[in-house]
Design a protein around this ligand. Sequence first.
Ligand SMILES: Cc1cc2nc3c(=O)[nH]c(=O)nc-3n(C[C@H](O)[C@H](O)[C@H](O)COP(=O)(O)OP(=O)(O)OC[C@H]3O[C@@H](n4cnc5c(N)ncnc54)[C@H](O)[C@@H]3O)c2cc1C
Length: 379
Amino acid sequence: MTDRYDVVVLGVGAIGSAATYHLSLRGREVLGLERYGIPHTMGSSHGISRLHSLSSSRGGEYVRIARRAYELWEALSAATGEQLFHHTGHVRAWPADGDGHRGGIEDAIDGLEENGLEYERLTGAAVNDRWPGYSLPADHEVCYQPDSGFLDPEFTVSTHVRQAARHGAEVRAHERVVDWRADDDGVRVRTEKGAYEADELVVTAGAWAATFVEELAGVAVPERRVMAWLQPTDPDRFLPENFPTFSVDVAEGYHYGAPTYRVPGFKVGNRPRIRETIDPDEMSREVTAAEEELLRRFAGRYFPAGAGPTARLAACIVTMTPDERFVVDRHPDHDNVTFTGGFSGSGFHVSSAVGELLADLTTGEEPAVDPAAFALGDG
Ligand SMILES: Cc1cc2nc3c(=O)[nH]c(=O)nc-3n(C[C@H](O)[C@H](O)[C@H](O)COP(=O)(O)OP(=O)(O)OC[C@H]3O[C@@H](n4cnc5c(N)ncnc54)[C@H](O)[C@@H]3O)c2cc1C
């Protein structure tokens, strides 16, 4: 016996939980299949906070999808009565003499202006005066976006799944998908526990996406990242009301971070100079002393009142594309299969809007954002 659904969603992390929710909102019978728990810490969607910055140097469509995601976070909060989005504003800083990771200040400002979003152009010195947790180089160029903030990733995934269930979706955790096949009659998905049929398949398998969509092999490549939470010596400076989230290019490379929230430390993460491609099934989840030391050294220099004892460390997986543009597309050989991949370290904040876009592509409705910007091979 095989159960039949309208849509099977393969992988219920950030994107899959949002797709399950948006499809169920439209009255579709949805089955979400997840190999781990809801939520879990083996993929890309854990670690206390995720930045939601409305500024992006990757072009107007990336700002538009971030803005649409923001509207959807607010709508989901209103529907549940839960606070999902924490407003802090976002500080994006570059060296005075050049661009950084993913372009420069002019690209970021163009994207904000194109989308009618507010911003302030500041210097590092002005940032340090206004938010005393910061100690950026005085001449750094800064774009401050006041509507940005952060989300709690595990709570957000759980909220999408809870709300999807209220609209009739079924989610089966601890059920690993083995393979799928598709033809004109629909799709058949095999798991370690059974088999399911559906009209449509949505593949949202994150770091494992290329296992199920071979077109993503070599395009969406998993890498290891680490995060640290450090206990401030002056805790008030690092509370959400006093400390905007940040992403900065400095001599030590690209770093990002968020205020103290839920655990007794402010968060720092980096993009390591030596990138480590991994197999997500084999990756070490232990953070080494050397990795911790790099993050502590960065915090000690640019956030000195934050760099007290380490409170927490975690490892996580990002899935990178060569140009850091993510993929949301129809399968080239099967028009009843849609897939995502390669969110390149910034997929969480847009997950609500990507879930909506997947629902649009699956049900044939007019999308709120232009899907062509996220097509495979169009980056
Ligand atoms: C350290 C770190 C910091 C980050 N910071 C930010 C940030 O500040 N802002 C931001 O926007 N983004 C950030 N990101 C990126 C963001 O978290 C990811 O882009 C996003 O979580 C990806 O979601 P996903 O649904 O694609 O992957 P996941 O959430 O990992 O979901 C994929 C799911 O598929 C499941 N799956 C895989 N194989 C199978 C199978 N065979 N059967 C069933 N299920 C399967 C997995 O178990 C998993 O649950 C960060 C990432 C990391 C690692």
